[in-house]
Design a protein around this ligand. Sequence first.
Ligand code: HEM
Length: 456
Amino acid sequence: MTVDAIDPETREVAELKDPPLAGGAVPVLGHGLKLARDPLAFMSQLRDHGEVVRLKLGPKTVYAVTAPALTGALALSPDYKIDGPVWESLEGLLGKQGVATANGPLHRRQRRTIQPAFRLAAIPAYGPIMEEEAHALTERWRPGVPVDATSESFRVAVRVAARCLLRGQYMDERAERLSTDLGAVFRGMYRRMVLPLGPLYRLPFPSNREFNRALADLHLLVDEIITERRASGQKPDDLLTALLEAKDDNGDPISEQEIHDQVVAILTPGSETIASTIMWLLQILADHPGHAEKVRAEVESVTGGAPVGFEHVRKLSHTNNVVVEALRLRPAVWILTRRALTDTALGAYRIPAGADIIYSPYAIQRDARSYARHLDFDPDRWLPERAEEVPKYAMAPFSIGNRKCPSDHFSMAQLSLIVAAISAKYRFRQVEDSDASTRVGITLRPHRLLVEPLEW
Ligand code: HEM
């Protein structure tokens, strides 16, 4: 148990302080209204009040961490676990035994099971599927015919995750169903998170019916995938086989419920995050023709005009930097939460056991204290000589520590490949009805991005 702050350099023990209360709280609701009205602006100004600040959300006190170094300390400390109201509501819908919500020894065992499917050396085996899906997008799209970026991005994200990690031909048709279900489930989950109206969600409104139907079909689909794989007797080297063969700490097979919850826990974060990032990348290509042209030129110089393949990705350094810069300004996971397991400290501040803690990668990654011209889209800030200027932990869209996204390599490979494939064939323009303003949900994405592919 940490009771005092220890300076890592001098080893001096400083007395802990209570974090200051952030300004602007109003009676009864505290900061709740501001957070609900404009969460991104609210989170982005909190560092002006301190590196750790207290927020009042109704009767509840929540601690917000605003300085990069302290978000690093939080993510790396064993004194915190994944928990809080967001996780509790997700668990109720998606299952309690998945890796994204488990803690302690169960979480460690689950990470050991899934990690091999995501390690760097495993990614090239997914190359052919990623290539096929990236090129399929460019073939479906027609010059001058507007593309609904939301459904197209969701579709390719779900198809890549499902086909790579759960393998099998049947995935082509199932991926479509998964993508429709997950779209509806995410919409409903966000509504339930920001407006926790309990019993109202049990009433037979069309939106509740759509949500319930999609959630039930998602669980049914996952059961079908598992049953079919078992019946096939096949054991391809994939994540599903790893889950079906996994043993618990006593050496016994893990339960059916755990297998089910694990598949859900991998498909759900794996689709919305990638889909949102693809939407932002399309918006960037449409609104910054200079950057789009630079990506096209890089792809052409690396491929010599041949269709871009997985083997080209590591040479596409500028394209890769475009993806990284998109993840800086538009991190799909814009808010993270933890709960203190014990009385502890962050920097010089006292954190009591049981405290809910939040921080925002969005706010951290847009902070003028960490980045020159912090709001400019500037992929060259990730050139090796300039990247060194970025303070530690000021860029962590996949997080760090034991909860770090297992899929960082998998995600970067597919995002770079998709950007390369679509930019080689098309430039883009937003059409009149397009609305690229930010929609804050479980992830951040444009409200309704419509882009027109145009031939170069
Ligand atoms: C966890 C971001 C893509 C699976 C996380 C976390 C972040 C993140 C920030 C940590 C959450 C926390 O600390 O509380 C992203 C971003 C993505 C992406 C920005 C893409 C742009 C994916 C994909 C998959 C995936 C494609 C799977 C196919 C997971 C899982 C966890 C996770 C299973 C939970 C890990 C754990 O708790 O041990 N992701 N993710 N993510 N992500 Fe991703």
